[in-house]
Design a protein around this ligand. Structure first.
Ligand code: BG6
Length: 368
């Protein structure tokens, strides 16, 4: 079952090229148009949606956070991302023109189930992005787009996360297609770029030894910070969550721009900080994050930089650089999160911990 890997987590990290490829498979016709027949929701409803609220927990909520950047950019529909357990208690503004998108690997997370029940009572349509066929969330939603990650056994999510992000892109592009492509070119070009992602993820996996060596040397670390901007921000949050879940190390993710508003006070000599750097092809974004690396480096941080191949601007300020293949900005999370997963898994392994069954956690939390 573990395909020769020591742990399910290791196997599932290596399943990611396939999880992304399978989630894309069979979802467009010969003309390159997206076909999401399985959605079973009236297209007229999707054309008139004026707000999207993503509800999810944990890693799935970070997939929603990535979706916000892509869907707002491609569709100009406002997207909110809300932790499912906060949603119904704050009297959210939800009506028949709201599309609630529930993201869940298991489809059984009670917090998310309660959120979609509340949304439907208010007249909203619920679209579920779920990995488990026939699960409660799939059954109780108006529409379902399945992620094809295959069964995920390790408690902490990896391949389901990449499949969720991929499915979110499909939803965003589909909405854009249905609504007449007012803000983007036709989907074919985006699908073509998405189709290149499995090979790019594989390229990172082929170089995992570099990351594992760094992780193994850090097994006595007690605190790690993660910084990212734009779509790198949810990646930073996920990097921190993985390290907490797997290695029981205090870890925090921050929006890089927030650094000067508080977190920079945490930087002392030797503090490890991971920085997720946007592509240099978006100089305004890129320059700001490079400045952040300089600022923390000047205060003694040990910088672990996730940057694109060919991004030489970061080299001078990085103690360690992990390279990821060049990827369109909005799709970068599918590559930049992978080194962070490998890092957390290897560090936990070096500490002798059970990465598949971390203490106190359950794969699916079926109580509120
Ligand atoms: C947590 C799991 O309990 O639930 C996380 O440990 C997961 O890995 C989260 O991201 C949400 O679960 P699901 O099944 O709704 O995606």
């Amino acid at each position: 079952v573990k395909d020769g890997f020591d742990t399910f987590m290791d196997k599932e990290i290596h399943d990611q090229p396939k999880a992304v490829a399978d989630t894309l498979l069979g979802r467009h016709d010969d003309d390159g148009d997206l076909v999401l027949d399985e959605l079973r929701v009236d297209e007229s409803v999707l054309r008139t949606v004026d707000k999207i609220i993503v509800v999810a927990c944990g890693t799935a909520a970070y997939a929603g956070h990535v979706a916000k950047y892509a869907v707002e950019h491609w569709c100009r529909i406002p997207v909110e991302v809300e932790l499912a357990h906060e949603f119904r208690y704050r009297d959210p503004v939800v009506n028949v023109r709201t599309l609630v998108v529930a993201i869940s690997q298991s489809g059984e997370t009670m917090d998310t189930i309660m959120a979609i029940r509340h949304a439907r009572e208010q007249g909203a349509k619920v679209l579920a992005i779920v990995n488990t066929h026939g699960s409660t969330i799939a059954r109780e939603s108006d529409a379902v787009l399945y992620t094809h990650a295959g069964p995920e056994v390790a408690v902490a999510s990896t391949k389901a996360f990449l499949a969720q992000i991929t499915a979110c892109y499909l939803v965003g592009l589909y909405l854009s297609q249905l609504r007449g492509y007012k803000y983007v070119d036709e989907v074919a070009g985006y699908l073509d770029e998405l189709g290149k992602l499995p090979a790019k993820i594989q390229d990172i996996l082929d170089r995992e030894g570099e990351i594992k060596a760094v992780a193994e040397a850090m097994k006595d670390t007690s605190s790690v910070l993660f910084l990212g901007r734009h779509v790198g921000y949810p990646v930073a949050l996920e990097g921190a969550l993985k390290l907490k879940e797997l290695a029981y190390i205090h870890a925090e993710g921050f929006a890089a721009g927030e650094l000067k508003h508080g977190p920079i006070a945490l930087i002392e000599p030797g503090q490890p900080v991971f920085v997720v750097v946007p592509t240099p092809r978006r100089p305004t974004l890129h320059n700001k994050v490079v400045s952040n690396i300089q600022e923390i480096r000047a205060r003694g941080a040990r910088t672990f930089v996730i940057a694109e191949e060919g991004d030489e601007a970061v080299t001078e300020y990085a103690d360690v650089v992990f390279r990821v293949p060049q990827t369109p900005t909005l799709m970068m999370p599918l590559v930049t999160v992978v080194p962070l997963q490998i890092f957390a898994c290897a560090l936990a392994g070096a500490k002798g911990l059970d990465v598949d069954q971390p203490r106190n956690l359950a794969k699916s939390v079926t109580v509120e």
